[in-house]
Design a protein around this ligand. Structure first.
Ligand SMILES: Nc1ncnc2c1ncn2[C@@H]1O[C@H](COP(=O)(O)OP(=O)(O)O)[C@@H](O)[C@H]1O
Ligand SMILES: [Mg+2]
Length: 335
């Protein structure tokens, strides 16, 4: 038990974030949207934790809450120091949070919009260092050169501007920026979605290599399973702000137990249905009138029964290492 506890890096408990839903010229508030709704999960030290779900389901919000770029409405984020007691990041003042900010970084989805075109590569990659203690120029440059070497970019490139680089190279710059503070945790938010298919594999391989070389703990966000299955140790499936299935990779890919996960599987071969799925998700997005007290997936589920309309299922263990939020998970036909 103790050994198991020791290897935890992060424990998220009941994390919640709502936004005001506004409309019309006067931005009148029409209600609230729960972007992240009572989400709990555990990330182990040195693992790649995959968070997957259609666009708009709350993945980016979850990542930004964990890094405390966004303030949650509720919940706890326990950070396990080694050694020492876990720290609740949600209870830290900005000042107390500062040392933790160096330990956790983000890799962004779009390497075109996430790199400031007016800054040189040196300024971009070095930016997280400037938020910490002051370091002499020579060391600053040496650290940037190291980080660029890490991602297989030539250090001489540090005086150039982002426009001189291809999409894949830009994402390498983004990765160098995330790694320069030697973080323990990296949130990679769809790091290959905006890239050409031909360079996606290169960036994924690089991330995997760096993760194992640096023993990084990584939360890897994706909107479909094709990427997740190659890289993640644990898979968490998110639907309209909630986790519907969390499982070890092998268990998940052998027997997905949630009807929504099954749908994500259907979309994988050739990724033909991806656009259709994204479209569908928007139509149903947080429309709680569909089934106010029951399962959020009710309207799209092909296994639904009367109980699902009345009662929302909670995430429960169906076997060791496999948690599912579905009343009828045993009905799934299998892939
Ligand atoms: N700043 C914001 N204001 C209002 N709504 C937001 C804001 N950011 C995100 N949302 C809403 O929260 C939900 C989750 O968004 P997001 O976390 O970006 O999803 P994902 O990353 O899975 O695509 C979406 O419905 C989105 O429209
Ligand atoms: Mg996102």
């Amino acid at each position: 038990m103790f050994a198991e506890e020791k290897s935890i890096q992060l424990k998220i408990e009941h994390l919640t974030k709502s936004y005001a839903l506004k409309s019309g010229f006067f931005d009148r508030q029409k209600g609230t949207i729960k972007a992240v709704d009572d989400v709990s999960f555990t990330v182990r030290n040195g693992e790649i934790f995959g968070l997957v779900g259609e666009s708009g389901c709350g993945k980016t919000t979850t990542g930004r809450l964990i890094l405390r770029v966004l303030e949650p409405n509720g919940g706890d984020i326990m950070w396990y120091n080694n050694p020492g007691e876990p720290v609740n990041l949600c209870r830290l003042s900005n000042k107390k949070m500062r040392p933790f900010r160096q330990k956790m970084q983000m890799i962004f989805q779009d390497p075109y919009s996430s790199l400031d075109p007016r800054m040189t590569v040196m300024q971009i990659v070095g930016e997280p260092l400037r938020a910490g203690r002051k370091i002499p120029m020579r060391e600053y440059k040496a650290r940037i050169a190291d980080a660029l070497n890490f991602v297989r970019l030539h250090p001489e490139m540090m005086n150039r501007y982002p426009h001189a680089f291809s999409g894949g190279q830009r994402q390498r710059i983004g990765i160098a920026r995330a790694l320069i503070t030697k973080p323990d945790l990296v949130v990679a938010d769809e790091p290959v979605s905006a890239l050409d298919v031909s360079v996606q594999a290169q960036i994924l391989n690089l991330l995997q290599e760096l993760q194992s070389a640096l023993n990084l703990t990584m939360i890897f966000i994706a909107h479909d399973l094709s990427v997740i299955r190659h890289i993640c140790d644990t898979v968490a499936v998110m639907y309209l702000g909630r986790l519907v299935e969390v499982a070890d990779r092998t268990l998940f890919f052998q027997t997905p137990r949630h009807p929504y996960s099954e749908m994500l599987f259907d979309a994988v071969p050739g990724l033909k249905n991806r656009k259709a799925n994204e479209h569908m998700s928007k139509n149903f997005m947080n429309d709680e009138t569909l089934c106010p007290s029951g399962c959020l997936f009710f309207s799209r589920c092909r296994y639904k029964q009367a109980l699902c309309r009345e009662q929302a299922p909670t995430l429960k263990a169906v076997s060791p290492g496999h948690n599912v939020a579905c009343h009828f998970d045993l009905e799934l036909k299998g892939i």
